[in-house]
Design a protein around this ligand. Structure first.
Ligand code: TXA
Ligand code: MG
Length: 347
């Protein structure tokens, strides 16, 4: 029996926070909003509580969890040593969509880090997340609150769909602001390395840290963020991502809609605001506007909703328009490429 409680995203109701904190302290799971995506939370210090996360999500055991904290004192108990780069990141980007990978203390159970010597840690900026952790008085381990293999949930309704019947409580504050997961940055030593692109861009990090590397997972080689090897964000339908100059992409999208229809496919299109009127007249079975080409934040916040909608409406073929790979666009394209299973047309 799952309770779905609607909570004020800006001024969360005290009784609801209390209810959430009680479940968490009892070792149960609570789904809650963060500024990136919804998290599926458990007491990070209790191995048996964290084990329930893997069960509810159907998550592989070798994929470690991010631990969420509400202040620096809480973080200090989990981290053995803070590098100078980590300190800079805390100053500039916390609270916010940046996860830091640092050497863990003995307090962090192995199930949380999947046996790795480092822990991934983040201070979210969403008032519900922050206040819930504060009220609980414990660090909260939380992966995205989706079933493993589905797009991360960016709306309370997504969590409801994936988690109802599996957990006691969902705190629903509507849509998440960022809509993409946090950037995972290894600052445990050496040059800071992005293990997963996300809400804080490489450019933003470089402005503060200087040199920043990107660990691009290579085929047949274990990535440093274990989660990056799984086929995430995969819609049920076949998906093709199109990259190229705007007019050519739009023309090609139109052609692919017709080809799909000729093969008797239901064709869904994920496109920008600018392309929408031109594609509308090609009569796809679903046309989802991600946002303006000029506002990647808008595209980011709508992306997972669009992917989920295509599945719900039974699209056999999903055609997605790419965005420019800079700033937040890098993370958007990372998710689109994964969803497309690397089926990319350069036009
Ligand atoms: O925005 C977010 O990060 C959301 C919200 C809920 O905070 N959480 C999230 O968690 O996306 P999850 O579990 O879906 O993704 C965590 C990623 C995975 O790719 C995982 O492999 C990596 O972070 N990760 C976790 N702990 C790690 C560690 N100790 N070392 C390297 N990578 C780690
Ligand atoms: Mg996830």
């Amino acid at each position: 029996q799952t309770q779905r409680r609607y909570i004020d995203g800006l001024h969360p109701e005290a009784e609801l926070l209390k209810e959430g904190a009680e479940w968490l302290r009892k070792g149960e799971l609570v789904a809650f909003p963060t500024e990136t995506v919804y998290g599926l939370g458990a007491n990070a210090l209790e191995a048996s509580a964290c084990a329930k996360i893997f069960e509810a999500k159907g998550r592989p055991q070798d994929n470690p969890l991010i631990v969420h904290v509400c202040d620096r004192a809480m973080a200090n108990k989990l981290v053995e040593v803070w590098s100078p780069e980590a300190e800079l990141c805390v100053q500039h980007f916390w609270p916010g969509p940046l996860t830091l990978v640092l050497p863990k203390t003995a307090l962090v159970p192995d199930v949380v880090t999947a046996g790795l010597p480092n822990v991934a840690i983040r201070m979210p900026s969403h008032p519900v997340a922050l206040r819930l952790i504060e009220e609980t008085g414990l660090p909260i381990a939380a992966p995205s609150a989706n079933l493993s293999g589905k797009p991360s949930p960016t709306r309370g309704s997504h969590v409801w769909r994936d988690m109802k019947g599996k957990i006691p409580l969902i705190l629903d504050a509507g849509a998440c602001l960022v809509g993409l997961e946090s950037t995972v940055l290894d600052v445990s030593g050496g040059v800071p390395t992005i293990l997963r692109p996300g809400g804080i861009s490489k450019e933003q990090l470089e402005a503060v840290l200087g040199e920043v590397r990107v660990d691009v997972p290579v085929e047949n080689q274990a990535p440093k963020a274990p989660g990056m090897k799984y086929r995430h964000y995969a819609p049920q339908g076949e998906m093709i991502l199109m990259i190229g100059p705007h007019e050519r992409v739009v023309r090609r999208l139109g052609q692919e809609i017709h080809k799909g229809h000729a093969r008797l496919k239901k064709v869904g299109v994920l496109c920008t605001l600018e392309s929408a009127p031109l594609l509308h007249i090609q009569l796809p079975d679903l046309l989802f506007v991600l946002g303006s080409r000029d506002r990647p934040e808008e595209v980011a916040s709508n992306l997972f909703e669009g992917l989920r909608l295509c599945d719900e409406r039974g699209m056999d073929l999903i055609l997605a328009e790419g965005v420019e790979e800079e700033g937040l666009g890098t993370a958007i394209m990372n998710r689109l490429q994964k969803a497309a299973g690397q089926r990319i047309l350069y036009i």
